[in-house]
Write a protein that binds this ligand. Structure first.
Ligand code: WTA
Length: 636
């Protein structure tokens, strides 16, 4: 398509046009898609402070016609999806665009037959198998709003999301494979649904062949429902601003919020950023290792690649099974040309013997990507040298669930790629650094709060059921800007370097958690009176979770008792959120450092967790300064 940038000059020209004439710029980018009706206005609504941006108003479309139908004539026999299973001894699966189209249509028909209507919310709790990709697209086909919940979240987390989205339908499977383990999935859903009276139908995909409990009148097997169901299904005509999906993500308050993306703007942004950042060519085999349960999987495993007519690889397993060479084995096996992963995966593989890499050629690789957290220089160099063999450009892509797609990044081999820098903004993105008082910081070699001036097509539209929350979180803190919650530095060359969150969000292995969210979970434990959670630097995870906990009966009497309480607290967090939010360190304390007004001084807790105990700053305003000594003495 014409909006592909191929040189540095073209990048600068595109960038300038996107700022000076955004309507003209995005009208050109959007022109080649399949529209049932073209838009009346490119951009409307108020970006900030109302936070009600609209893009391509008046247009009618279905995103799956753009992902699938549009490609059938030219790419019907091209591979759309390669599925690599958890166990390398199990056969992989390949679906052409025509086959994927048929399976999506069939799944969509099954949804319809089970009562799913346009606008209904469907919670998808499925493992990383083709049915997950197909189910997401099937929802979009009939205009249902998908909300994928990562299949590692707990029953409580599922129930919260089902109820918040007021979903009447859940899609799930019998169980899932994760490395050497098989994990039940349906039983987790069953437990969740004890608290979700609104759910009318659960459609279960058979994956492990397990016998699972099926509740009569509520639960049905997909393969039984699909018998004899046609392989075509008309696509529902959607308005540009109809919601496409809800994805729950953590913020600085206790409750995860449902980030809402709509149809046309998200589609245009996913496609444009995918093609330009990775510089995708027709014959690329592209692999994004993220789970579809996270936004990276939505935009860059599923929608972006399919919109662009690319071949996307979906991997069920983990990087270390059956051994730490698995990623590299998969790359050689399928001749992957573009590889997109997270720094935490790179750091964990870096720590294993280099032989795991050297047994593979990796000669098919052309472009490498990184996402989810800052990539440290050491990991960048290892990735560049040992995986990219010094030959492949690395794109360090900064973005968020709320931005829908990549905002700051090098375009592979076109704009500068410097270790530990996300780089320059994509066309359409106007980043600024703000002072605490909201004034813009001019010039290079400066640091501040990262915010975005002016709307872009995939900006978050709302938080499900609570627009005021979206407004207050993103658009109100600094009127005129979208506030990212990240701190950044603009270097001497004007390249952006992300420093990390400036709010109470911690980024563990590229996954976001609110400290309040983890505290709420810990506080559910019977032993616990109060807790405070902070992040600390962790070699593999980026940030680890450090929890300070006050227990009911004071200090534990024995070490064994302490260990028992800690194990019980971990169990509670796993039940409330999931294994991914397990604290790395728990310190049982008798008090927390609080100001006279009762506010916890997290600054001190953070410093202790980071091991920076020599300079704790001013502690005289504390209600009880002695608490700090006790905390220091018991540091984990
Ligand atoms: C962080 C994931 C540094 C950042 C796509 C952001 C990054 C949060 C990068 C969003 C990067 C993401 N360099 N930090 N390349 N990419 N982040 O919503 O703090 O899961 O605010 O979206 O991850 O996480 P989310």
């Amino acid at each position: 398509m014409s909006s592909r940038i191929r040189t540095l000059e073209e990048y600068h020209a595109a960038y300038q046009k996107s700022v000076e004439d955004p309507d003209g710029f995005w009208a050109d980018v959007a022109a080649p898609f399949t529209w049932r009706r073209k838009w009346d206005t490119v951009r409307s609504g108020e970006f900030s402070p109302a936070g009600d941006s609209k893009w391509f108003e008046g247009a009618r479309l279905n995103i799956t016609e753009n992902c699938l139908d549009r490609h059938l004539a030219l790419r019907g026999n091209k591979l759309a999806l390669i599925f690599e299973p958890n166990d390398p001894k199990t056969r992989h699966l390949r679906l052409t665009y025509r086959e994927l189209y048929q399976q999506v249509c069939q799944f969509a028909n099954v949804l319809h037959a089970n009562g799913v209507e346009k606008g209904d919310r469907v919670i998808i709790y499925l493992p990383m198998i083709p049915a997950l990709a197909i189910a997401v697209l099937a929802c979009a086909r009939i205009g249902a709003v998908h909300s994928v919940v990562f299949a590692g979240f707990s029953a409580t987390a599922i129930a919260d999301r089902v109820n918040d989205a007021d979903a009447h339908f859940v899609l799930t499977a019998d169980g899932l494979n994760r490395g050497p383990k098989q994990i039940p999935v349906k039983s987790v859903v069953d437990e969740a649904l004890l608290h979700c009276p609104g759910v009318r139908r659960v459609i279960v995909v058979e994956h492990l062949g397990w016998h699972v409990h099926m509740q009569p009148g509520r639960d049905v097997w997909f393969h039984e429902e699909a018998q004899g169901v046609p392989l075509t299904c008309p696509a529902e005509e959607m308005k540009a601003e109809d919601p496409l999906f809800i994805l729950y993500t953590s913020g600085s308050t206790g409750k995860p919020k449902g980030v809402v993306h709509t149809t046309a703007g998200y589609m245009v942004w996913a496609d444009y950023t995918f093609r330009n950042v990775f510089q995708v060519e027709e014959n690329d085999v592209y692999w994004c290792t993220a789970d579809i349960g996270w936004v990276t999987g939505h935009t860059y495993l599923l929608y972006g690649p399919l919109l662009a007519g690319s071949t996307s690889l979906q991997f069920e397993g983990v990087p270390t099974y059956p051994d730490a060479g698995r990623f590299w084995e998969v790359i050689d096996k399928h001749n992957v040309t573009i590889f997109y992963t997270a720094p935490t995966a790179i750091r964990s593989l870096m720590a294993t013997p280099l032989d795991n890499v050297l047994s593979y050629s990796l000669s098919s690789l052309r472009v490498l990507g990184s996402v989810g957290e800052p990539i440290n220089e050491e990991a960048w160099h290892w990735y560049h040298t040992h995986i990219g063999k010094g030959r492949c450009p690395i794109v360090d892509t900064w973005w968020q669930t709320e931005t829908g797609g990549i905002m700051l990044s090098a375009l592979a081999d076109i704009t500068p790629s410097v270790p530990a820098r996300a780089g320059l903004p994509l066309p359409g993105v106007q980043p600024v650094l703000l002072n605490q008082d909201g004034t813009e910081i001019e010039g290079n070699d400066r640091e501040g709060y990262l915010a975005i001036k002016a709307s872009w097509p995939a900006v978050i539209r709302t938080t499900w059921g609570d627009h005021e929350r979206a407004r207050q979180t993103y658009f109100q803190p600094y009127p005129g800007y979208y506030f990212t919650g990240d701190g950044a530095r603009r270097d001497e060359q004007g390249l952006y370097r992300i420093i990390g969150r400036v709010d109470d969000v911690i980024n563990v292995s590229g996954h976001r958690f609110g400290t309040a969210e983890i505290e709420n979970a810990i506080n559910q434990n019977e032993h616990v009176v109060e807790s405070a959670v902070v992040g600390y630097p962790h070699d593999v995870k980026g940030q680890g979770i450090y929890a300070y906990v006050i227990c009911q009966h004071g200090a534990p009497k024995t070490d064994a008792e302490a260990r028992q309480w800690e194990a019980s607290i971990i169990e509670t967090v796993v039940a409330e959120i999931g294994k991914i939010a397990k604290p790395d360190k728990i310190q049982l304390v008798s008090g927390l450092p609080k100001t006279r007004s009762g506010k916890i001084m997290r600054r001190i807790l953070r410093k202790v967790a980071e091991g920076e105990t020599s300079n704790l700053g001013d502690v005289t305003t504390l209600l009880d300064p002695a608490v700090v000594d006790e905390i220091l003495a018991g540091k984990k």
